[in-house]
Design a protein around this ligand. Structure first.
Ligand SMILES: [Zn+2]
Length: 707
């Protein structure tokens, strides 16, 4: 088999996504590889597919137990022999896994880095043929990264201990140049194919809000979006507070932070993974290695400390490629919290570095430029245009012309620069505000007396975004600033963001209405229900059975046979055998219902004659109407009555009104209408009776009154 066949047979996909086939190719040709791919780009397939084709076994070094469990579950469901070895196994389970591994029963083994240099692991490694070692979350090896894991430094020693060096692959979702170089050198990759796929996630919608009351804003969002999602808070206390309020308000939410017991944390995580709760409220301790693809929103209740963390956390939305919302609730107060957390370090260099990173995060919150563009450019991608689908692109803001004030700021910084001085923001602003003890004789000293530091910050951020100020922690003006100083260009800042963005809704609707997303919500809900039933039977998260994207594709393709089912994206051979029949049955039943409904819409005379109860005995008109109504009811048509039938019969010349009541005409008698004399308390009267032919005439007159 070749990689494409493996992709189809085991994972159910027709084609590789961006970057995947290059990386697979390199590894298949024994070349080391470094894949830098955003969350959700499908990096695990890059080593899982070679693992299936290479002889022996592939070791995957992964930092988190939960991630290993999820990945192994997903692989096994797809029919790939895989296992994990970590501290969550009991001794019996561990021994069984090791025996199986020795017996060559696995193609992929996930292992925790802490285990690598244990005696039993070293022994096991000697006894197996290891073709490939894949290092997941490879940025954990860098001390520059936020997630440094000392045990990752054991990897090179472990590799060296092996009889032959396997091919090495490293993967990470975010890496700056510094981290990238660390990975390459620390893992001792040899002439690797280094591949960076685009960081853009077009299905994610980015927005920054500055709500007066964050909790109300959260509730407002949850009311409008009944979905799965993560709410990130910066402190444990905030996590506790928000979870408590949400629970009291009737939302199903779990909490997650480092202060909880291991048991509670893993329970919260599982509840979220298995869709037993909709919302998880968490600190940044939650998430690395969370593989849940159907997270529909990530709300940051507080501003994170840097853009890397933000993009990584926000990127946990929409991993299945379907729309996801990334919304940041920003308040000036968050900066103080972030500063406080940064200052906890006793390393002054680190504090300075983190302050700079915080500055960039703050600018994201304050910018009125395209947010996606800001993020991508932060990661070094060149973006030629605004995205048209973020809070900034869609918001309609009040613009305020601030040209005079920014001229003051620019000329002030220019003067300082001329004097050979570059200051950080606070000092620069304090001189402008007249709050400083030095530079009292500078002509710009105190020229913005009465303004707030926040306002000057806003202006500075805007000027930096527009390229008039260069800010590397210390401020200087760029040559371009002359445009503003000489009044050639005017500068404005925006007012507050409007709370509701109708335009965003419109665009989202457009996306959802486009062909790609056209499907019956009702059918999707039923498929999801079936998926949940199966997931509960097998005790796995719902997405391990099928992803949302697969179910949507199923709605659209509506397969009738197992062969057609194979064309649904994400249905591999094993899942086809395992679940195909049950989903087909559901789809078949749905189709029959739909066909029935359609039939109702096209109620023909022929069909009506077939369905209506025609009695061989002569019936009085009210009974005829009853029989007709039984059919009309079944086809959702309005009911008729004996009176209505009578008037139709008179119109058509079958009956005539006489003093005695309604009597059949000669024409009516010819067609099976008779009349009998009845007695009632009010005296004698004539009643018409309708034989089989006459009953059919009633139906015809009702359906085709012109006959
Ligand atoms: Zn945009």
């Amino acid at each position: 088999m070749n990689p494409n066949q493996i992709l189809k047979q085991y994972f159910g996909y027709d084609e590789f996504r961006e970057g995947q086939s290059e990386l697979v190719d390199a590894l298949m040709h024994s070349r080391d590889a470094l894949g830098i791919m955003p969350t959700g780009a499908g990096k695990s397939l890059c080593y899982q597919i070679p693992a299936m084709l290479l002889p022996g076994v592939t070791l995957v070094i992964s930092p988190l137990i939960s991630l290993m469990r999820d990945q192994v579950q997903a692989l096994v469901t797809n029919g790939v022999p895989a296992a994990f070895i970590n501290s969550s196994l009991t001794e019996t389970q561990y021994n069984k896994a090791v025996t199986n591994a020795r017996g060559g029963q696995y193609k992929i083994i996930y292992i925790a880095p802490e285990r690598l240099l244990s005696l039993s692991m070293l022994e096991l490694a000697q006894s197996m043929q290891i073709s490939l070692i894949a290092v997941d979350e490879a940025h954990c090896i860098s001390q520059w990264g936020q997630d440094f894991r000392p045990s990752y430094l054991d990897i090179p020693g472990f590799v060296e201990s092996l009889p032959t060096r396997p091919v090495m692959a490293a993967f990470t979702a975010t890496a700056t140049h510094l981290v990238r170089n660390d990975i390459l050198s620390a893992l001792r990759l040899i002439d690797p194919l280094a591949l960076v796929t685009g960081f853009d996630r077009p299905n994610l919608y980015f927005e920054v809000k500055q709500p007066k009351d964050k909790y109300s804003a959260l509730i407002q969002y949850l009311k409008e979006n009944d979905n799965n999602g993560i709410v990130y808070c910066s402190t444990r206390k905030e996590v506790e507070g928000v979870t408590e309020k949400l629970t009291a308000d009737g939302y199903s939410a779990a909490r997650y932070h480092a202060g909880l017991s291991d048991a509670e944390r893993s329970r919260s995580q599982d509840d979220f993974l298995y869709n037993r709760v909709n919302i998880i409220v968490a600190t940044n301790a939650f998430g690395m290695g969370i593989d849940k693809p159907d997270v529909r929103f990530v709300i940051h209740y507080n501003m994170p400390q840097n853009v890397e963390s933000y993009y990584q956390e926000a990127g946990r939305a929409g991993r299945d490629g379907l729309p996801g919302d990334c919304i940041l609730f920003y308040a000036r107060k968050d900066i103080n919290t972030a500063l406080f957390l940064i200052k906890q370090s006793d390393n002054p260099d680190e504090i300075a570095r983190n302050r700079q990173l915080l500055n960039k995060m703050e600018r994201y919150c304050e910018t009125d430029a395209c947010l996606r563009r800001y993020l991508l450019e932060y990661f070094g991608e060149r973006v030629g245009h605004d995205c048209g689908n973020c809070g900034s692109c869609n918001g309609n803001y009040d613009e305020t012309d601030v040209t005079i004030d920014v001229q003051k700021v620019l000329s002030h910084i220019g003067r300082l620069n001329k004097a050979g001085k570059r200051f950080m923001f606070t000092h620069t602003a304090d001189i402008l505000l007249g709050k400083s003890d030095d530079f009292t004789d500078l002509s710009t000293f105190g020229i913005m007396k009465g303004a707030t530091r926040h306002y000057i910050r806003q202006l500075t951020n805007r000027l930096t975004a527009l390229g008039y100020i260069h800010d590397n922690g210390y401020l200087s003006i760029t040559p371009k600033a002359n445009e503003v100083l000489f009044g050639v260009v005017r500068v404005s800042i925006r007012g507050n963001k409007p709370e509701s963005s109708a335009k965003k809704e419109r665009i989202r609707k457009q996306i959802e209405d486009s062909a790609k997303y056209a499907f019956s919500e009702e059918l999707l809900a039923k498929l999801k229900e079936l998926r949940l039933t199966i997931a509960q039977e097998e005790n796995v998260p719902a997405y391990v059975v099928f992803s949302d994207a697969t179910l949507i594709d199923m709605c659209q393709k509506h397969p009738h046979t197992l062969e057609e089912m194979v064309s649904v994206s994400g249905v591999g051979q094993v899942k086809l055998k395992r679940y195909g029949e049950r989903f087909l049955q559901l789809l078949y039943a749905e189709q029959r219902n739909a066909a029935l409904k359609e039939k109702k819409a096209e109620l023909t005379l022929e069909l009506f004659m077939h369905e209506v109860d025609i009695d061989d005995r002569p019936l009085q008109i009210s009974r005829v109407a009853e029989n007709i109504n039984a059919v009309l009811l079944k086809y959702d048509r309005p009911k008729t009555s004996g009176m209505r039938l009578n008037s139709l019969l008179i119109e058509a010349g079958y009956l005539e009104a006489t003093d005695d009541g309604k009597t059949p005409t000669d024409f009516g008698c010819e067609h099976g209408i008779t009349s009998v004399r009845r007695n009632s308390e009010r005296g004698e009267y004539l009643q018409s009776l309708f034989n089989a032919e006459a009953q059919r005439i009633c139906v015809r007159l009702l359906l085709e009154p012109n006959l």
